[in-house]
Every structure is written in C-alpha cells, then in structure tokens.
Design a protein around this ligand. Structure first.
Ligand code: 5RP
Length: 249
C-alpha cells in the first residue's frame, strides 16, 4: 500500500513510504505523544513469535512495551536488556533477564529512538543507553523501532547527538568535535551503565549518516556514536494521530 504521510509536517516534509496500517484509531482529536508511543509499543507485540529470543531497549516508549510483555510471556524464550533501568522493570514483571553471552544472537530487538529519517536511520542515546542498545541491535536478526511521529526529520542532527566517551578522553574528544565546528555539551552528573560519560553534540549537520557514524567512531576515546545508520532499523512502527503504521526501509 502506498500512502502520503506528513504533507503538512511542520518541517514541510513530503515523504512517501510503503505503509501497512497496523492499528487504526477512531479518534477525531489529536493524540498526545505518550498515546502514540503506547500504540507503537502495543503494535510491536505482534512481532514476538513463539520461541523468540528478545532484546529489550530503553526509554519511555519501551517502558510501555515492558508493561505489556507479560501478556506475551509464553512466546518469549529468553530475554536480554539494554540497560539497568529496563532490567529492573523487567524483573519487577517477573522476567528473568539473561546476558547476551548466554543467549547468543537475538531473534528480535525492539527499541525507541530520538530521531529517525525515511531510510530508518536513527539517532539514539537520549537515555544514555546507546552502547548496549547498539550491541543488541547488532546482535539481532530483526530490529523493530517504536516511535511517535514527532521524531521524523529530513536530516538527522536536530536532536543533539549523544556520544559515549571514556571519561579520561572527554576533553580530547570535545576538542576534536570543536574542530568539526560542532558544540559538544557534557551531560554533567550522568554516568552510563558502563561507567562512562556522555557528550551531547549540537550543531552537526548529518547529511551522510553512514559517513558521520564512521568518522566519529574513529576519534580515540569515543566508545559509541548515537547514529544508528550502519545498523538502521529494519522496521519502524510509527504512532500517529490515526493509529500505527509499519514502515520498511
Ligand atoms: C535511550 C534511547 C531511547 O530509545 C530514546 O532516547 C527514545 O526514548 P523515548 O522512548 O523515551 O522517547 O535511545 O538511550
């Protein structure tokens, strides 16, 4: 099915996607962002098949998913988490959380994003869990991203790009970024689950996400770049005012 989406998008985007409506909502008033996240999370349950080894992401959208996971408990063989926060929630729901080393590859990874483009390339790491998220996305046969429509951009980089950096290399990385005319901001007081720091990088024009991801990865001391272009999403479940749409790159 082809459909036109966002012809009136604030950024004047006119994008066409292959869309599969997953959930139509009979609602005349606009939905708020949390309803859209909830609907996208609910739609992702459909991708959990019997015997699934599941990777679980991090963030408010994923928290909706975690709250609904008990309804499909019998379809989940094993489960791996991308953060201590998600692990805590999963355990509260009675799930045993395995390590990636124990399970090997994942059948499915479900996670949110901070920005996405029509190639399903993403910026992630707003919650600071980008390193483990990238590991799980890389280990998954299928990566399903759950988002609301406010995060669509023509060019990635309006959302400040998170970089996880080794604390001892933080100033070095910041100086390299300044030479690229970007403005790194230390996420002060925040320590990642891996004991590292986050630089949120403003002002980067990410015209070529693949190239930028590689270039930033080469800076010594950068552990993880929040661009998910080399491992983009396979499927994106988009919550909007009319329900949920499935997009494939
Ligand atoms: C955490 C992430 C999240 O997926 C991203 O920040 C989106 O979060 P939310 O679902 O709360 O909007 O990358 O590191």
């Amino acid at each position: 099915m082809r459909a036109l989406l966002y012809s009136e998008h604030p950024q004047n985007l006119r994008l066409e996607f292959s869309l599969r409506p997953l959930l139509d909502v009979n609602c005349s008033s606009p939905m708020d962002s949390s309803d859209k996240k909830l609907n996208a999370a609910r739609a992702s349950l459909e991708f959990i098949e019997p015997g699934t080894i599941l990777g679980v992401g991090t963030g408010s959208t994923v928290n909706y998913l975690i709250d609904m996971l008990p309804t499909v408990r019998d379809r989940i063989d094993k489960l791996v988490s991308s953060s201590k926060a998600s692990t805590t929630l999963l355990e509260q729901h009675g799930f045993e959380v395995s390590t990636l080393n124990e399970v090997g590859d994942l059948d499915l990874y479900i996670d949110g994003a901070d920005e996405w483009n029509k190639r399903l390339q993403l910026i992630k790491g707003g919650g600071g869990a980008l390193t483990r998220e990238k590991v799980l996305a890389g280990a998954a046969r299928r990566f399903v991203c759950i988002v609301d429509d406010t995060k669509l951009v023509a060019m990635l980089g309006t959302f400040p790009l998170p970089l996880e950096v080794l604390p001892m290399a933080q100033s070095l990385v910041a100086r390299k970024l300044l030479k690229m005319r970007a403005q790194p901001v230390w996420r002060e007081g925040f320590v990642t689950d891996n004991g590292n720091h986050i630089l949120d990088v403003h002002g980067l024009a990410i015209g070529n996400p693949l190239e930028m991801e590689s270039r930033l990865n080469e800076i010594p001391g950068v552990l993880t770049v929040g661009i998910f272009a080399h491992r983009a999403a396979d499927i994106l479940l988009l919550g909007d005012d009319s329900g949920v749409r499935e997009l494939r790159a």
